[in-house]
Design a binder for this molecule. Structure first.
Ligand SMILES: Cc1ncc(COP(=O)(O)O)c(C=O)c1O
Length: 444
């Protein structure tokens, strides 16, 4: 392994060929996402779509959307992406929003907006957000950065938010209630209508986290899959997040945060007016905003059109159903709950599924490990239509192998680390160990 002290900026620059060859060589150890082996992280259709993203990004790779006056093209593209997404999510002409770098930043902006709005309008000093246990940790991150208390409410047996318990958790300090459409852990939609009605009754905001489902559910609904109402058409919904870099198939580093109207959005912005460098005002967390991500996402939405999104939503849902049907036929495995879209989780009482995932990984398949209880996660892509049979066959083999060796050592402290696969010797100091693990990961 290369040692840190051996890594220095080269004295003379390398040639373009040398550099690109090094990257190509190195990428051979990465997951083969172009061949449907990644059940998450990558949202892929085919080369035609990927090339469009790359070409549109190339045109704007050096630009910066921080200054809309310098780059009116980006302002236009961002405005159009916001309008197209708002319309797709049932919003009227009053809906406003911003493009951000991803779901986490969209959620941070939402929490910041409600915090500042409640400070101003209701003089709330100790703000709280009420959300189901299944909501994405981006809300915890927002709470951590913005000094907002995050109240996790236990969920129902069907893995959806518990409406009664959510209402019970509201206090005078509650600034926001959250529901997911769909959630990451089980791919189910919370009872958005019921929750939003409660939020409205209590005079608080309601955010639908549709980072995962925002670009998939509208099309599944049009295709007559049983998708409950989840968007701006639902009374009480005041904001949404939807990730164009997930099922929007847009450029990585693109998402949207949308508000019902500008009376909410004005609390999203930041301005420092006395800086000698000039008046500094930005809509989102970052300063510089990569123009390429905005232009390429715009390009993809225009290229896909309704027809494209419908076609690939259908293909992905059909693939999901085939995968779930195949998994249900493996007696040791079961699907958790009744997933609403193209995301699901499977587990087992008979075999250790983390070992199954390890074995699958030796054949190149990447499945996220989830916890409490142990299970494996699938975010399905359109291109996986071509690999359903291979996947199911290899999964069956992996289950058989783990079953044949029941004494395989299982570490009780094994934990699932979202986005990383780590084994921790003990659950006791898991937070500290997770932080240390991250420090190690980024140090050569
Ligand atoms: C429901 C949900 N919300 C938020 C996020 C965070 O998105 P990102 O990883 O783009 O920051 C995710 C990511 O998977 C998600 O599934």
């Amino acid at each position: 392994m290369t040692k840190r002290k051996e890594i220095r900026l080269p004295k003379n620059g390398l040639s373009k060929d040398e550099i690109l060859n090094k990257l190509k060589e190195s990428s051979k150890s990465d997951v083969e996402w172009e061949h449907g082996k990644a059940f998450g992280y990558v949202y892929h259709i085919d080369d035609e779509h990927t090339n469009l993203l790359m070409e549109a990004n190339d045109l704007f790779a050096s630009t910066n959307a921080m200054n809309p006056m310098a780059f009116p093209t980006l302002k236009q593209c961002e405005g159009e992406v916001i309008s197209m997404t708002a319309d797709m999510l049932g919003g009227d002409d009053d809906v406003v929003g911003s493009m951000t770098s991803g779901g986490t930043e969209s959620i941070l902006m939402a929490v910041k907006t409600y915090r500042d709005r409640a400070r101003k309008k209701k003089k709330v000093k100790d703000p709280e957000v009420v959300l189901p246990l299944s909501a994405h940790p981006a809300f915890d991150k927002a709470g951590h950065f913005l000094d907002v208390r995050i109240k996790h409410v236990p969920i129902c047996e069907d893995y959806r938010a518990d409406v009664e318990k959510m209402e019970e958790a509201i206090t005078d300090n509650t600034i926001l209630m959250v529901g997911s459409a769909c959630d990451y852990p089980k791919g189910v939609i919370d009872p958005i209508k019921e929750l939003a009605a409660i939020a409205e009754d209590h005079g608080i905001g309601f955010h639908v986290d549709s980072c995962l489902g925002g670009f998939m559910l509208p099309w599944l609904k049009k295709l007559d899959y049983p998708i409950p109402d989840f968007n701006f058409k639902v009374p009480g919904v005041t904001s949404m997040s939807a990730d164009s870099h997930k099922y929007g198939f847009g450029y990585k580093g693109s998402s949207l945060v949308l508000f019902k109207d500008k009376d909410y959005q004005k609390y999203q912005f930041f301005a420092q007016t006395s800086w000698p460098g000039g008046i500094y005002a930005t809509p989102t967390m970052t300063g510089t905003r990569p123009g390429g991500a905005i232009a390429a996402t715009w390009a993809m939405m225009k290229f896909m059109g309704e027809e494209g999104y419908l076609k690939f939503a259908k293909q992905t849902m059909e693939t999901t159903n085939k995968l779930m049907d195949g998994i249900k036929k493996i007696p040791e495995l079961h699907i958790f709950g009744d997933p609403d879209m193209t995301v699901f989780t499977f587990g087992s009482e008979d075999v250790n599924v983390y070992r199954v995932a390890d074995l699958m990984q030796t054949n190149g398949w990447v499945l996220d490990r989830l916890q409490k209880p142990r299970c494996l996660h699938c975010i399905v892509n359109p291109d996986q239509a071509a690999v359903v049979n291979d996947f199911l066959e290899e999964l069956q083999n992996a289950v058989d192998k783990v079953k044949d060796k029941p004494r395989i050592k299982v570490d009780d402290g094994t934990a699932a680390m979202y986005g990383l696969m780590a084994k921790f010797p003990s659950r006791k100091f898991i937070k500290k160990q997770a932080i240390n693990y991250l420090i190690k990961q980024y140090k050569l």
